[in-house]
Design a protein around this ligand. Structure first.
Ligand SMILES: [Zn+2]
Length: 162
């Protein structure tokens, strides 16, 4: 599988060029417990050359395995961008390597704090009963109630008296 997405600029057709294919997901350079690339970057783009500017329009996608920030369960999540438009300065070039541009667009769409919900799963750790989310205002969780109506922090208040 190709490692990079390179568009030849010599004898570029006036009506544009359709470039489609897949590039090795290793280009993302992501392989950790929170997010892992598990497939290729797929692209389908219309390329147009305007003198020194190359404009790409189309869609790209790439699958990842992510780990839920709350319950630590792993799930699959595909980043899909359907109406992508990028342009690059190709002055003096015979070919445009747009790998970095596409990579960046995908990485920007990757959630920083992934939750089960983004893949349509129900998180095992329900927000109603547990407020230990990292992206939440740390003060707002203090008064949260458990199903019994007691604050989860009541147990802590009782502790010194026992
Ligand atoms: Zn979860």
């Amino acid at each position: 599988m190709q490692e990079r997405v390179i568009i030849p600029l010599e004898e570029f057709p006036e009506e544009g060029l359709l470039i489609e294919g897949e590039a090795n997901g290793a280009l993302f350079g992501i392989d950790n417990t929170g997010a892992q690339s598990v497939g290729p970057l797929s692209y389908s783009l219309e390329a147009q050359l305007y003198e020194t500017e190359l404009v790409l329009r189309g869609s790209i996608s790439a699958p990842f395995r992510m780990r839920c920030d709350r319950c630590l369960r792993e799930f699959d999540y595909t980043v899909e961008i359907d109406e992508l438009t990028i342009s690059c300065d190709v002055r003096g070039k015979v070919a445009a390597d747009v790998t970095e541009d596409l990579r960046e667009e995908i990485l920007l769409e990757l959630p920083g704090y992934p939750k089960c919900e983004i893949s349509g799963l129900e998180c095992e750790i329900n927000d109603t009963f547990c407020d230990f989310r990292l992206d939440k205002d740390p003060h707002s969780g203090v008064n949260s109630a458990t199903p019994s109506g007691n604050s989860v922090w009541d147990a802590l208040d009782d502790f010194p008296r026992k």
